[in-house]
Design a binder for this molecule. Sequence first.
Ligand code: ZN
Length: 217
Amino acid sequence: MAANSVSFSPLASARAKFVLLGAAGVLEHRVARSVRSLKHFEHINTDLSDNSGEGRTVHRGPGARERLIRDMRHWFFSRKKNHGFLLQGFPADTFEATLLDEWLDCRDESLSGCLWLDMSRDEALSQARRRVACRDHGQVAYVEAGETHQCELCGATMSDDSEQAVAEVDTWFAERAAVAEQTAAYYRERGQLFRFDASRTSFEEVAGVAAAVTVDR
Ligand SMILES: [Zn+2]
């Protein structure tokens, strides 16, 4: 699918620092996959529930938020100054957004922006119903009815992943959509929000806007 092969190369050379907001289990996977192919652009996904090494295991249970914040603080201050990143799942609310801003201030850095891939629940569900995945590699894709898709890593035909995807969308809208809106408002007030109608925006547009607002310093 063409939408999956968009290059995020404008972000690669820049010291772009982005927060990605959007419904878990749908569209951000595609953005994330494009970003993952870039070696010096760090993608941190605190929503990942597997141990693929491409992100962090989701934190749940008592003290989970404190552990997540501690891990993220450690990551932030360990990274090389001004190296680009795309954060997904953190900050999840305005409290965490405030923390991230404080950390950036500490190192005299600033966020390039918050990319909000806004999508209605109905649209997210309709996308989720088209998700296929490679069980071995966690690669996902979205196909039209009757289409098949091969895993880019092993070549195997991906299998129906819609049940899992629909569950992720349901959970996200029940637990996090309202908070994501508040987080978006936080960045809007600071002039850092870039909202996309995720049901109709191409990934070229997202990449183009992201590149345009990136300050290289
Ligand atoms: Zn595979």
